[in-house]
Design a protein around this ligand. Structure first.
Ligand SMILES: *[C@@H]1O[C@H](CO)[C@@H](O)[C@H](O)[C@H]1NC(C)=O
Ligand SMILES: *[C@@H]1O[C@H](CO)[C@@H](O)[C@H](O)[C@H]1NC(C)=O
Length: 302
C-alpha cells in the first residue's frame, strides 16, 4: 500500500498511475502543529488522489474519553462550533484555539467508487498556554547554617512550566559550581518542580528572590521577596543563658531575704498596711513603705 502511494507520489505525471489505481490518498503539511491560545491554526488535510468529486469528509477529535465529531455531514459540531471552518478540500481551520483543543484530530475521507475507498490521517495539535503569575514562597528570615526551601508553583501553563530563580535580579545558575558568585552556596535548584533548597544558608545567601515560570508560549514572574539570614551566635547564647541564671539566682536570694525580713516587719506594721491602700495606688504604696528595702534590693540585683 505504502509502496503504491509512494509510486503515485513519485510519478505524479504518470497517467498510468492515476487511471489504474482509484484510491483515496490523503496528505498533510504538518502532522503536529501547535499554536498559542486564542490564535488560529490550520489542521491540513490534503487529498492527494481521488476519483469522486464529492467525497465524504469527516473530522474527529480523539481524547482520552474517545473520539467525538468535529466535522460531520458538512457541519462543524461539538465545542469547535463557531470557532472553526473547513477550507477546501478537507483542511480544518480553527479560528480561535483554546487550551481544551489540545488533542489528536483525525481527518477521514471516503470515496465510495474508488477501489481503495477510504483514507485517514491523524494530526496532533498542541495549544500552548502562557504561564500565569506563579505562587512563590520565600522564608523571611533563616538562621545562619540552617536549611531553607523556596518554592514556586504555576499550574496554568501548557506545556508545563519550567522554573528559574533570581537573586537580586540575577539568574541563579542550576549548579552553583558553575558560577564564581554562587560557588560557595549550598543550594540545589530544581527547574522542573520550582524548588530552591539551601542545605545550609550563608550570610551571602540573603537577598531578594523571585521566580519565573516559563514555557514555549511565554513567561510570568512573582514579586521579589526578601530573605534574611541571622546569626545564631553560640557565645552570645551561652552568655545570655548565664545572665538569666544569675538574675534568677539573685531574685531567689532576694526573695528569701525579703521573706525573712518581711515576715517580721509585716507583723510589726500591720496597722500601717491597712491604712495605706485607701490612700493611693499600689506603686506608691510599695515605694513609700519599703523605700530603704527597695533601694537595697535593686542595687543588689544590678
Ligand atoms: C477567542 O476566545 C476568547 C475566549 O473564548 C475571547 O476572549 C477572545 O476575544 C476570542 N478571540 C477572538 C479573536 O475571537
Ligand atoms: C569560597 O570559599 C573559599 C574557602 O572558604 C574561599 O577561599 C573563597 O574565596 C570563597 N569564594 C567565594 C566566591 O566566596
Amino acid at each position: 500500500m505504502a509502496k503504491t502511494r509512494l509510486a503515485c507520489l513519485l510519478t505524479l505525471l504518470s497517467t498510468h498511475c492515476y487511471f489504474s489505481v482509484l484510491a483515496v490518498v490523503l496528505r498533510t503539511n504538518n502532522d503536529s502543529p501547535w499554536t498559542d491560545e486564542f490564535d488560529k491554526i490550520e489542521l491540513s488535510c490534503l487529498i492527494e488522489s481521488i476519483s469522486t468529486t464529492n467525497p465524504r469528509i469527516e473530522w474527529k477529535k480523539i481524547t482520552n474519553e474517545g473520539p467525538s465529531y468535529v466535522y460531520f455531514d458538512k457541519k462543524i459540531s461539538g465545542d469547535l462550533e463557531n470557532r472553526a471552518v473547513i477550507r477546501e478540500p478537507a483542511t480544518l481551520l480553527i479560528t480561535n484555539a483554546t487550551r481544551s483543543d489540545t488533542a489528536k484530530y483525525r481527518c477521514e475521507v471516503t470515496a465510495a467508487d474508488d477501489q481503495k475507498s477510504f483514507d485517514e490521517i491523524v494530526i496532533d495539535l498542541v495549544v500552548r498556554v502562557k504561564p500565569v503569575v506563579p505562587k512563590c514562597s520565600v522564608p523571611k528570615s533563616v538562621p545562619f547554617g540552617k536549611s531553607a526551601e523556596l518554592s514556586c508553583v504555576e499550574e496554568e501553563g501548557f506545556p508545563k512550566s519550567q522554573y528559574q530563580w533570581f537573586k537580586n535580579r540575577e539568574e541563579i545558575p542550576d549548579d552553583p559550581k558553575t558560577s564564581l558568585k554562587f560557588f560557595n552556596s549550598s543550594y540545589a535548584l530544581n527547574a522542573e518542580t520550582g524548588t530552591l533548597k539551601f542545605i545550609a544558608v550563608r550570610k551571602e545567601d540573603a537577598g531578594e528572590y523571585f521566580c519565573r515560570a516559563k514555557n514555549d508560549a511565554g513567561y510570568a514572574e512573582c514579586a521579589a521577596q526578601k530573605m534574611e539570614v541571622y546569626d545564631i551566635d553560640l557565645l552570645g547564647i551561652i552568655l545570655g543563658v548565664l545572665v538569666v541564671v544569675i538574675v534568677l539566682l539573685c531574685i531567689t536570694v532576694g526573695i528569701c531575704c525579703a521573706y525573712k525580713q518581711g515576715y517580721f516587719s509585716s507583723q510589726k506594721q500591720t496597722g500601717n498596711n491597712y491604712k495605706v491602700p485607701a490612700k493611693g495606688d499600689g506603686v506608691d504604696y510599695v515605694r513609700t513603705e519599703d523605700e530603704g528595702d527597695f533601694r537595697h534590693k535593686s542595687s543588689f540585683v544590678i
